[in-house]
Design a binder for this molecule. Structure first.
Ligand SMILES: Cc1cc2nc3c(=O)[nH]c(=O)nc-3n(C[C@H](O)[C@H](O)[C@H](O)COP(=O)(O)OP(=O)(O)OC[C@H]3O[C@@H](n4cnc5c(N)ncnc54)[C@H](O)[C@@H]3O)c2cc1C
Length: 452
């Protein structure tokens, strides 16, 4: 058994599970639960990037806003993600074009790409320090067989308006990118600490006068010209409601046949020693994602650790979202760590966590309004790619509710295909995951063969 395999086997004990992401703790100034009755101009459900952004943008337009959050702001994917602020790169442009045609796909690319400067601007405007490094993001291949697909995807993206450039092997080496990554497509954006970002939005919302109720799950609602939201100890009414509950939305009985909750996992290492960091290179600290069918993401953090995510996705029957470990995913990520960084065999793993994103069959965002009065807005289907867009959508919703009718919001309107009923849905998702796993295992096997 070589050193690499020993290290992989050595990690096959359960890795330390964190019930929250590695970036966030339950806030000390937890906001009160909703008790009694409240009325507002808008009620937002869910306090992640989407909910907090919407609330802040509405408040800036003078609206009275209530936010109901079942746990605390940042409890969902917004506090658990990898912290990549990236535009349209990483989405499968081909699927978008097949589904909605070139013209509308261009609007979706615009939505993803405009979200990057939007968030960068918000960090400045709100004074949020979240260790943002505008390093750019690389979608980097680990085997030559990935190059053709990467270039094809990049070319189509450029046709749809995405600003991307190809980075060849020489440039990768000259920039000190870890040697496992051979070539890549690069786009602007960068990495940040998502826990600090969402906590910054929370602070800004409270300071702006948004009424945030934490530990207050929405239990049910009734629609109409006035929407009524019922919680355990009270109720709230408003002429407009925004559902910013993302992967949790199907559990509210809404869009159950449009989006599925998908579990995504992450691993964080111990801090790298100065010697390990120096040996690693990676001076530009670019966020790296791979073009696997189920991608890998690799990044350094401002506090000197590495965070790896994805590689193995999960689906729980009925789109449920239990906050439990996914040891299979953590082992897969540990193996990725050992294989992509053979020089870091001794680097310890600090902890792992999982969170939920939502996806539609066509991988397009699911954004719109519903109800007889079209006064219930929703944003879901972020497909694991929502740090930028779920923030940006807040400004579009606020503009729409304020009567400004932003044309981008209208341009995103499309028909989302229906999901299968259970248990067919479970079977379909597991089959898709297995096919992706098989294709990726084939690529990784070729990589291992090339590795001395
Ligand atoms: C491991 C992982 C890595 C990722 N990496 C990236 C990345 O690097 N870049 C990127 O762009 N995207 C990434 N994503 C996706 C990104 O995190 C999400 O797209 C984004 O955070 C979604 O934001 P949101 O506000 O829509 O949803 P969420 O952050 O999930 O917020 C929804 C909120 O609604 C609350 N809620 C749910 N039900 C109720 C209810 N009944 N009543 C009241 N409140 C309720 C939840 O508690 C939660 O706080 C990643 C996701 C994961 C899990």
């Amino acid at each position: 058994m070589n050193a690499l395999n020993r290290a992989v086997t050595g990690d096959s004990v359960p890795l330390r599970f964190r019930t929250l992401g590695g970036w966030i703790e339950r806030p000390r100034d937890l906001q009160p639960e909703l008790k009694g009755h409240e009325h507002a101009d808008v009620i937002v459900i869910g306090a992640g990037f989407a909910g907090l952004s919407t609330a802040l943008e509405l408040r800036a337009r003078g609206a009275n806003v209530i936010v109901l959050e079942q746990e605390f702001a940042g409890f969902g994917a917004s506090g658990r993600n990898a912290g990549y602020l990236l535009g349209s790169m990483g989405i499968e442009y081909e699927l978008f074009v097949k589904r909605v045609g070139v013209e509308q796909a261009t609007q979706f690319v615009r939505f993803y790409d405009e979200a990057v400067p939007y968030v960068e601007g918000r960090l400045k405007a709100l004074g949020i320090d979240c260790d943002y490094t505008p390093s750019g993001v690389l979608r980097a291949g680990v085997h030559s067989s990935q190059e053709k697909r990467l270039r094809k995807n990049m070319a189509l993206g450029q046709k749809l308006g995405a600003q991307t450039r190809f980075v060849d092997g020489d440039e990768m080496r000259a920039r000190g990118i870890p040697p496992a990554f051979l070539f890549g497509a690069e786009q602007c954006g960068g990495t940040l600490n998502p826990g600090k970002y969402v906590s910054g939005l929370r602070r800004a919302a409270i300071a702006a006068g948004v009424k945030l109720y934490e530990r207050t799950p929405l239990l049910s609602f009734t629609e109409g010209a006035v929407v009524t939201c019922n919680t355990a100890y009270g109720s709230a009414t408003a002429p407009v409601m925004v559902l910013a509950t993302n992967a949790y939305t199907p559990q509210l009985g809404v869009l159950r046949n449009k989006v599925a909750a998908i579990r995504v996992s992450a691993l964080e290492t111990q801090p790298l020693s100065p010697e390990q960091l120096a040996a690693l290179g990676w001076q530009g600290r670019e966020g790296i994602i791979t073009p696997h069918y189920t991608m890998e993401s690799h990044r350094l953090t401002a506090h000197g650790t590495m965070v790896l995510t994805v590689k193995k996705l999960g689906y729980v029957y009925g789109s449920k979202t239990p906050n439990i470990p996914d040891h299979g995913a953590y082992q897969a990520l540990a193996q990725v760590l050992r294989e992509r960084y053979p020089a870091l065999q001794d680097l310890g793993i600090q902890h792992c966590w999982s969170g939920y994103v939502s996806g539609a069959y066509d991988f397009l965002p699911v954004i719109g309004a519903m109800g007889a009065k079209q006064n219930i807005y929703y944003t879901t289907g972020c497909s694991g790619h929502g740090l930028g867009t779920q923030s940006y959508v807040g400004s579009l919703f606020a503009a729409q509710i304020n009567g400004e009718a932003p044309n981008l919001l209208a341009a995103l309107k499309h028909k989302t295909p229906s999901l299968l009923p259970e248990p067919l849905q479970w079977c379909a998702v597991q089959s898709a995951f297995t096919a992706a796993k098989w294709l990726d295992a084939w690529t990784d096997k070729k990589v291992r063969k090339n590795t001395p």
